[in-house]
Design a protein around this ligand. Structure first.
Ligand SMILES: Cc1cc2nc3c(=O)[nH]c(=O)nc-3n(C[C@H](O)[C@H](O)[C@H](O)COP(=O)(O)O)c2cc1C
Length: 407
């Protein structure tokens, strides 16, 4: 029996992503860096992305460039404004000099936004309590939705000005657009609630606005990607069949050059995205009482554990592959050559890697040097203790990267 995977495409071969050519099909997934204390680019942020760029990725993704101050998950994140552009331009130049492309993840965190640290109102489809900020998000008015949509277009224009090759619109993890998609969170009775068609209006509207901005702004063309939840893993939340319909509409709308498929909820069920160990104690340690007590007490419910295996989102993503024609970026538990080959053989166009490249930014160069022998294995143990480091300085607790690496 032939046990070799049916490889159609070499993951290290050049690929078109909309108008942009990537040197290979491997994208560093957004992993919030915690290197922007003043909501502006720092040398530390540049180094964080230079390492995987030098390490061989086709494109790295800057997480998370909010479209407005109130759209940040926390007050120390970049939000897209003219003041941020010079630093972002220095960042994109550095990454280009390493031969990689660079994408900006843009979005509005909605009910996940921490209005306390943002010092700005959070928005949600309905008034919504955020237990981490201990504040209520405001029910978004029609005018708020219009403003957020325009803020996405503005963020895309600024990304072009700063030299990015792509923008990745965040439509996942129960952030604003995703919370509108969720039948559990979105209990509105107006034209943005009720039917899936209504609940998908924010997601489709922001992608259309971004596409329009990208098409009309200057001569340099960049790619538009969306990161969409397949399911949030919550009973009554976003089910896969609804998400597939949303993806089909997004494809029909023609605004996207690729779609990246994700899962889980930063509000209710984060481990559904990560799988593996649940770092409850380490997470709680970043908060003061009573929030830390709350996390410790309800931790096992909030951080419900799921077993980890390689390419754990692939089975669900294959349902999307079967129904969509647009390029798809497979994400979730991709750490070695064999899994990348499997993804290519299953018809995915790109793979995105988060934790494995956080642990070892040079992993791809080593995998490539090994060619197809597949003997290079990731040091990521999916303990997920990198997750709570987003409150200090994001790093892998196993290898110490990126801080252990020469700057
Ligand atoms: C420390 C850390 C921070 C993350 N920050 C973001 C983020 O800002 N935006 C986002 O969409 N996903 C974020 N993610 C999720 C990753 O993009 C990715 O979806 C997830 O880690 C699964 O991929 P992996 O198995 O390759 O790690 C983060 C993940 C980690 C580990």
């Amino acid at each position: 029996m032939n046990t070799q995977p049916n490889v159609f495409t070499d993951v290290f071969s050049e690929a078109k992503l909309g108008p942009v050519t990537l040197r290979n099909r491997i994208i560093k997934a957004a992993t919030f860096e915690a290197s922007t204390p003043n909501a502006l680019v720092t040398d530390d942020l540049i180094n964080y992305h230079r390492l995987p760029a030098a390490g061989g990725v086709g494109m790295t993704t800057v997480a998370y460039c909010a479209v407005s101050p109130g759209g940040r998950t926390d007050g120390w994140q970049i939000w897209m404004r003219p003041e941020a552009v010079p630093g972002l331009a220095k960042l994109t130049e550095t990454i280009h000099a390493e031969g990689a492309a660079i994408s900006a993840q843009i979005g509005h965190a909605g009910p996940v936004a921490n209005s306390r640290t943002n010092k700005a109102k959070a928005l949600a489809p309905v008034r919504f309590f955020n237990p981490l900020s201990m504040r209520f998000a405001k029910k978004a008015s029609i005018e708020d939705i219009r403003d957020v949509t325009e803020a996405h277009a503005n963020a895309a224009r600024l990304a072009i000005d700063a030299g990015f090759d792509a923008v990745e619109v965040h439509l996942g993890h129960n952030y604003l657009a995703s919370s509108f998609l969720s039948p559990l969170i979105n209990r509105r009775t107006d034209e943005f609630g009720g039917s899936l068609e209504n609940r998908a209006k924010v997601a489709r509207g922001v992608v259309r606005a971004v596409r329009d901005a990208v098409d009309k702004h200057g001569d340099r063309k960049i790619a538009v990607i969306a990161k969409l939840n397949m399911s949030d893993g919550i009973r009554g939340g976003i089910p896969i069949d609804e998400s597939l319909q949303t993806a089909k509409w997004l494809e029909e709308d023609g605004g996207l050059d690729a779609i990246e498929l994700t899962a889980g909820s930063s509000l209710v069920n984060p481990m559904y995205l990560f799988r593996g160990g649940a770092p409850v104690k380490e997470f709680a340690a970043n908060f003061k009482p009573p929030i830390s007590w709350g996390i410790r007490m309800s931790g096992n419910k909030f951080f419900r554990e799921y077993p980890y295996h390689e390419a754990y989102l692939m089975r669900d993503a294959e349902k999307f592959r079967a129904e969509l024609t647009m390029p798809i970026i497979l994400l979730g538990g991709i750490t070695n050559r064999e899994t990348m080959d499997r993804a290519m053989a299953a018809g995915f166009d790109f793979v995105a890697m988060g934790r494995a490249l956080l642990a070892e930014p040079d992993l791809l160069n080593r995998i490539k040097a090994e060619d197809e022998k597949g003997s290079v294995k990731s040091l990521c143990t999916h303990c997920n203790e990198c997750m709570p480091t987003i409150y200090s300085h994001t790093h892998c607790v196993v290898t110490g990267a990126p801080d252990t690496l020469v700057k």
